[in-house]
Write a protein that binds this ligand. Sequence first.
Ligand SMILES: Cc1ncc(COP(=O)(O)O)c(C=O)c1O
Length: 418
Amino acid sequence: MSAWHRADGSLDPRKVRAAYPILATRPGGNPLHYLDSAATAQRPKQVVDAVSNFLFTANANPHRGAYALGTAATDAYEGARARVARFLNVPATELIMLGSATEALNLVARSWGRANIHRGDLIVVTEAEHHANLIPWQQVAREADADIEFIPVDDRTGEILWDRLDSLLKLRPKVVALAHVSNVLGSIAPLAEIASHVHAVGALLSVDGCQAVSNMPVSIPELGADFYAFSAHKMGGLFSGGGLWARADLLAEMAPIETGGDMIREVRLRDATFAEGTQRFEAGTPDASGTVALAAACDFLDELGRAAIHEHETRLLARVLRELPDALPDVRILGTPHAEGRAGLVSFSSDLVHAHDLATILDRRGVAIRAGHHCAMPLHEQLELSATARVSVAPYTDDDDLDALFEGLRDARAIFSR
Ligand SMILES: Cc1ncc(COP(=O)(O)O)c(C=O)c1O
């Protein structure tokens, strides 16, 4: 048993909450019930302490200073990269540290994509993708005069119809890009199975792992992906930070899309050669504090235990799925009706109460949920919804948060039933 667990090994959110000072604040005068961790997670004290320790004891420009403090900064940055790599079970030499998942997904499309997607080639994505995993491919397709096809979703639930993938694969795409966990549906993609089908036709699989890495155990080699992107601020790290794992042979062939300091081998007035490995994708001063924070976030998530986090969150999601239809009788729940097969979130809509009204009414009780299209406008259009409400959970979410959610939903129902 640890400081964060019950005697039976399960996560005790009351203990976990002590690590998050913000949860004791009262924005708007109400106790905070933060149910928007899928947008950005709250930061544990351990992460902020690690950043201040780095900035107060090892702050210098990494990879540059020929003095002891510079070496300390380089060691802290590279040590943090190694820690994040261990978290994902990949070699540090294959892990590019970037400013966000958006940067990582753009890097895949603009580096690998531009070099490998040509006129008439096909890119496959799902209809449910976050804009960050859709627009970069739209751009590549437009520039190359290539095509994009979409794995469709069920019109009612939004569930991705994976059984349609094989017919798209017969068209021989060059790449299939999709989310490990959809940020609207919450459903976990059966990646290993998808990867074997994608690879059988010689295509690559690029995965957006933003909503997976903090909610469940993720070991990249077991997934069969060729690229895997993730975001620090969804994991308890800072707003800056994130990364891309790329298969070693792909990484070796990829050209940088940003150039400047720190990514070069030699520069002459009319040309330059670039550094080997991950360094040539990290132009300019690296985000050392963001990476140190991300490593501390990985430490903390591992201290809590990712299997225990997933179990805890699955129990909370099961309660949300079970009680939503009572609270809002006309509710339309997106994604799988089962908590198993989900990670971290549930989105829903109601004809009685618009998602934005719901969020406003809930805010009166200090309940923070997300309302909108969640950067997945095409999915919402497909479902003929202008917006959905999204409840997302984290290791620090407890049943009091859900009690407040359901009380607020009943308020909303009473107001709009008048
Ligand atoms: C599935 C998914 N992909 C990509 C992103 C973008 O991540 P970042 O904020 O790190 O750019 C998000 C964040 O909203 C997301 O949920």
